[in-house]
Design a protein around this ligand. Sequence first.
Ligand code: SAM
Length: 212
Amino acid sequence: MRLRNVSGSRDVIAQSPLVVHDPETLKNNWNKAFGNDHPIRIEVGMGKGKFIHELATQNPDINYVGIEKYSSVLIRALQKMEDAPLTNLLFIRMDAEDITKVFGSGEVDKIYLNFSDPWPKDRHAKRRLPSREFLRRYDCFLKKDGVLEFKTDNRDLFDFALEELSFAGWEALQVTYDLHHDEKMSAGNIMTEYEEKFSSKGNPIYKYIIRR
Ligand code: SAM
């Protein structure tokens, strides 16, 4: 039966070979999961997976891991794989707070954050995926010269994310406050689900590319 007709996302995800169920066991061994030595790139908080699915389709010689907290959302990414299967894309259902248990030192080539939840209350700042706490986590497994790319339409979150860089020892390589009108930074841009929704309302999209 096609996944589109299935209710009960937890059971489907528990049985899916596209979802890594014990990701800690693959720490330092992700190349074995993919069966090759290609670079590994991840999207944290991928949502329904449009962005990472398109990226993986365009780049068959790069391996991708999509991380999403909720089964009800992750199942949408599995449906995309049913329609257009790929061998270079795997998923993890987890809270990214535990991400350092999953990837070893230097194991990841690039990190994508797209339209991360803003967590507007100050007391929840540590939950924001571009916070200094998360940047320290990413530092544990991102390759030495690896980069992190972040897009959002939320100006407060973007300003916060830029301010966090120096606290965690990162620096901005490229910044734009209007991605879709920035010829250089928009080249090859793949729209996420949220990006389509918010840019169609006329919201500018902010983006940075950072490294340590
Ligand atoms: N990246 C997608 C896009 O741009 O269309 C989805 C954006 S949506 C606003 C944020 C997604 O991140 C949600 O699906 C949410 O469940 C997921 N998320 C938020 N915090 C997370 C965390 N700590 N670990 C894993 N996923 C998380």
